[in-house]
Design a protein around this ligand. Structure first.
Ligand code: 2HA
Ligand code: ZN
Length: 270
């Protein structure tokens, strides 16, 4: 059996959480990541028959029975993952009953997975049908994206248009636009269901006055989506108090879409 502390997926969780913490996306215990791992790969590092304990998921995740995830811990700080991954992360497998998570490694202090597990697992289920290659669900609280939700009309069309029109790369990176939820209580099955519903159509979902969800086949895809939204929100807000003289027009967005052969959300353009 190989040493789990040398596993590439553990290294990537450490690098990613440290990077996001330093970017200011994840203050205190803010943010969470779940990554659906390959069973054969995890089996090189852990005895998959050795369940340390079981933890109720609080909802029916039977669509994910047998799937293994590495997940950030509830109340845990992204800044501490790098130095103590075994306390701040856990590796869980969804049990046959669909409502129990089997802990295979981690949460060493008796802890548990993120309070946002419903949003994560329900989003994984939604993304599996939209994109079977999806592996990552990522949530964080980046400054400008969060700030935007306090001063901008919060419809998917309006937010997407603002982000697309302020920076040319936006429509290239997220041609399907961004999903938007109104303010809701976090950590609940309700916000999980609402997020997963949006994840059928979008790889990005903004939670008004809270933060953002991104997903992807890889950590780079999920993070890259979020950092591009954050950059565009920053560009918009840096100029928000000044008269806006230039913005990318709808025809220019269509020209970018044609050049890069984008399957973009056409109803978001005039
Ligand atoms: O885990 O970000 O949404 C802390 C959060 C809750
Ligand atoms: Zn949050």
């Amino acid at each position: 059996m190989k040493d789990i502390f040398t596993a590439p997926f553990l290294e990537e969780m450490k690098r990613t959480t440290a990077n996001m913490y330093r970017l200011g996306y994840d203050e205190r215990n803010g943010g969470n990541i779940s990554w659906m791992l390959d069973e054969a790969e995890v089996g090189e590092y852990l005895d998959l028959t050795n369940v340390l304990r079981t933890i109720p998921t609080g909802f029916d995740a039977s669509a994910l029975t047998g799937k293994i995830f590495i997940v950030t811990g509830t109340g845990k700080y992204f800044k501490n993952v790098e130095t103590d991954p075994e306390t701040n992360l856990g590796i869980i497998r969804i049990a046959k009953d669909g409502v129990t998570a089997e802990l295979l490694w981690g949460y060493k202090d008796g802890g548990s997975f993120t309070s946002e597990l419903p949003a994560h697992l329900m989003s994984h289920i939604a993304r599996q049908s939209a994109d079977p290659g999806n592996r990552i669900i990522m949530h964080c609280h980046p400054d400008y994206t969060l700030s935007l939700t306090g001063v901008h009309e919060m419809t998917e069309r309006a937010v997407t248009r603002t982000l697309w029109k302020v920076m040319t790369e936006s429509i290239v990176v997220f041609p399907e636009g961004v999903g938007v939820l109104p303010w809701m209580v976090c950590g609940t099955n309700e916000i999980g269901e609402a997020t997963a519903e949006k994840m059928k159509d979008f790889r990005l979902v903004i939670w008004t006055l809270h933060g953002i969800y991104g997903c992807g086949k890889t950590m780079d895809e999920a993070f890259g989506l979020i950092e591009t939204v954050e950059k565009a929100a920053k560009m918009y807000l840096l100029g928000a108090a000044l008269p806006r003289i230039n913005e990318i027009t709808d025809d220019q967005l269509r020209a970018v879409a044609a050049r890069f052969n984008l399957n973009y959300r056409k109803e978001f353009l005039d």
